[in-house]
Ligand binder design. Structure first.
Ligand code: NAP
Length: 476
């Protein structure tokens, strides 16, 4: 079992600390360990990032792009190694891991270029003896806290724009999948980033979190994870008015309206619902199908779900890997049991799959569901697709919006007028229209309501790491 280290100020440290062991969710095997760091190591990382910021922020975006492009090349040279590791430490099927590594690299590549387009402004003056300008400055030291379900892409979506903007970073990956982050930081070292520009701490999330939130030198925290932890960070940020970007939980509705192409809709739901065994923030969590198309959709969809192969993600043709851990499996079990007790029907699946020492759940379709059921109120984070029949477009929209979340939604309709009308009424930051996989580096990703604050990706993604400084120049 490999023992990994933290990376602070250009040095690999922490092998003398208590170990945080990572297990393969497909079979319970020990994958490796990272150090269980806390306040002291986090402060050391902030010291290094603060020191490095003084020079890194003075480099040109062209110089920074050079490092980022080198990193992009290195990631693409190591797709297979990174993908294998990702699958072993958090379970997703190997082809999805390969896809995530390439998707992760795309943020580094895109922001390497976007850093060159952080323009200031010259504003028309109200006085002949004044000139008004807006300058742009990197916000400062950034802490990036990431979840386990996309251990690479959630990190590069933050690091890419932060580094391109001239910020330095302290990374805190999830304790469930920290080794992919270690490997990514090894590639940063190979890319030659100056010491202190990229730092990595692992260990106690509450202690690392508190240290980050109470250190005034950290000017920005960018977080992806659950809404509950996001709310804790909002509270902790108040004391220093720390800048926050929050990518939080979702509960995506997926609407199949009666003029949809059923095959396109089935394909879209399969892509959205079952990627990463249903453990994505934008996966369809509740499916509303209009009465006129309901029977055909349920039949074809259920047939496709029956074909899904469950198992260890390292096996090439597996579609559904394990859930991340026992707590994840327990949540799915509770939601399915609750729905059955309240009258739902299991069309396929509906139970755990006992395999080695892994935590697997059978791909599941449930019908006769309604709003009273837990799975229609909260993220499931598992391979369970609940389908509710609706009579009208208006009913589908009302049900879709009846949530405190606002991350992603999906609409399947062949009518441009109808699609436009429906989407204009949906309160979600991302909408896939006849598209079950809408993410890309060059577009804004993020949620409304309790799904977050701010956007990652696209030009908004780098604006999050830049402050405007208005300068009024008196001419006499
Ligand atoms: P999580 O439990 O909120 O953890 C996310 C990160 O926060 C981990 O690194 C965790 O560290 C850390 N953390 C936990 N408590 C903390 C605290 N008090 N202070 C500072 N950091 C703390 O979420 P998760 O289970 O890893 O990820 C799943 C969630 O992420 C889902 O809700 C999903 O919807 C959401 N998500 C959102 C997006 C998006 O773009 N909107 C993308 C992916 C996932 P430890 O692991 O060490 O506890």
């Amino acid at each position: 079992m490999d023992k990994y280290s933290m990376y602070i100020n250009g040095k690999w440290i922490g092998r003398d600390l208590e170990e945080l062991v990572v297990h393969n969710p497909a079979n319970g095997d020990r994958v490796g360990s990272v150090p269980f760091g806390g306040e002291a190591e986090t402060t050391e990382a902030i010291d290094a990032a603060h020191e490095a910021f003084q020079t890194w922020s003075q480099t040109t975006p062209y110089e920074r792009a050079g490092y980022l492009k080198k990193l992009n090349e290195l990631i693409l040279d190591h797709v297979e190694e990174l993908a294998q590791l990702m699958t072993i430490e958090m379970g997703k099927p190997i082809n999805e891991s390969r896809g995530e590594v390439k998707y992760g690299a795309s943020f580094i590549e895109w922001f390497a270029e976007e850093g060159k387009r952080v323009y200031g402004e010259t504003v028309p003056s109200h006085a002949t003896n004044k000139r008004l300008q807006v300058w742009k400055k990197p916000v400062g030291v950034v802490a990036a806290i990431t979840p386990w379900n996309f251990p690479m892409a959630m990190l590069t979506r933050k690091m890419g724009p932060a580094l391109a903007a001239g910020c330095t970073v302290v990374i805190k990956p999830s304790s469930d999948s920290p080794i992919t982050a270690v490997k990514l930081v090894e590639l940063c070292e190979q890319a030659g980033f100056p010491k202190g520009v990229v730092n990595l701490v692992t260990g106690s999330s509450s202690e690392i979190g508190k240290t980050i939130m109470s250190d005034g030198r950290v000017r920005k925290v960018t977080f992806t994870g659950s809404t509950d932890v996001g709310k804790t960070l909002i509270t902790q940020s108040a004391h220093q008015v720390k800048r926050l970007s929050l990518e939080l939980g979702g509960h995506a509705p997926l609407l199949v309206l009666d003029d949809a192409d059923v095959d396109v809709a089935v394909q879209g739901v399969m892509a959205s619902k079952f990627r990463n065994a249903g453990q994505t923030c934008i996966c369809a969590n509740r499916i509303y199908v209009q009465a006129g198309i309901y029977d055909e959709f349920v039949e074809k969809f259920t047939a496709s779900v029956r074909e899904l192969k469950v198992g260890n993600g390292l096996v090439e043709n597996v579609n559904i890997g394990p859930l991340i851990n026992q707590a994840g499996l327990d949540k799915v079990n509770v939601q399915v049991k609750d729905a059955i007790e309240k009258g739902a029907t299991v069309a396929v699946g509906g139970e755990e799959l006992l395999k080695e020492n892994g935590v697997f759940y059978k791909p599941t379709v449930m019908t006769d569901v309604d709003q009273s059921m837990l799975m229609m109120q909260d993220e499931t984070f598992g391979p369970v697709a609940p389908i509710q029949k609706v009579e009208s477009e208006a009913e589908a929209i009302a049900l879709a919006n009846n949530t405190t979340y606002g991350l992603a939604a999906y609409v399947f309709t062949e009518s441009v007028a109808r699609g436009t009308r429906v989407i204009e009424q949906l309160n979600f930051g991302i909408v896939g229209w006849n598209d079950g996989a809408p993410s890309a580096a060059q577009v804004p990703f993020g949620g409304m309501k309790e799904s977050g604050i701010g956007r990652e990706g696209g030009h908004e993604g780098i604006a999050a790491f830049v402050e405007s400084q208005y300068v009024s120049i008196g001419l006499d």
